[in-house]
Design a protein around this ligand. Structure first.
Ligand code: COA
Length: 166
């Protein structure tokens, strides 16, 4: 009997992808047959990296994971999940401060596409404080971001927002 592949989506704006996101993507790849990392638009944020750049950085950072693909989408996450028949939307939960916003998004997505469950994975302690804006801020001021993002994307971040390659 042919087993139906369980597809999960890891959504976000990934501006840029961080070690916190990558930890969640690795763990999702252990739980599901196929993981799509989906670069989306958060209408309340103005991204620094273009969608294409964000996709490329994630592709490079996940090159060792054959079950992971990276896509971008301009519409609703729920519509994309329906198109791919995804069974789960996987997100990292960092602290209580994330909870209210994440809960609101999870309930909205369930209303729009009830077939996909939002699954929250608890972020590792070392990534509790991490965020994409923190990475941009440290890089912009010439600080060391090597603990925050994978080494293979550090030069791209400095070329974009830092003072040249670090
Ligand atoms: N470890 C460390 N940091 C993490 C993390 C983790 N595991 N997971 C998330 N973060 C950080 C991100 O870097 C981000 O930092 P920033 O605020 O400095 O950019 C922050 O936490 C928020 O991340 P997230 O919750 O993923 O929000 P987002 O803005 O990246 O993504 C979308 C939100 C894109 C998923 C949402 O707006 C969306 O679905 N958009 C599509 C349109 C849609 O369907 N809208 C209706 C939604 S109900």
């Amino acid at each position: 009997m042919n087993k139906v592949k369980k597809v999960a989506i890891c959504p976000g704006s990934f501006d840029p992808v961080t070690n916190g996101h990558l930890d969640i993507i690795h763990r999702a790849a252990e739980l599901f047959d196929e993981v799509i990392v989906l670069v989306l638009t958060n209408t309340s944020k103005t991204p620094v990296f273009t969608k294409e750049e964000r996709v490329q950085l994630i592709e490079r950072a996940t090159a060792d994971l054959p079950q992971v693909t990276v896509e971008s989408f301009d519409g609703l996450l729920a519509d994309y999940a329906k198109e791919k028949q995804a069974v789960a939307i996987v997100k990292g939960l960092r602290a209580m401060s994330d909870f209210e916003y994440e809960f609101q998004m999870a309930l909205t997505n369930r209303k729009l596409y009830p077939e996909a469950e939002t699954v929250f994975l608890t972020t590792k302690e070392e990534h509790m404080y991490l965020s994409s804006s923190l990475v941009r801020q440290v890089a912009g001021l010439g600080g060391d971001i090597s603990d925050f993002v994978p080494a293979c994307i550090v030069p791209d971040i400095f070329n974009k927002i830092g003072k040249g390659v670090k």
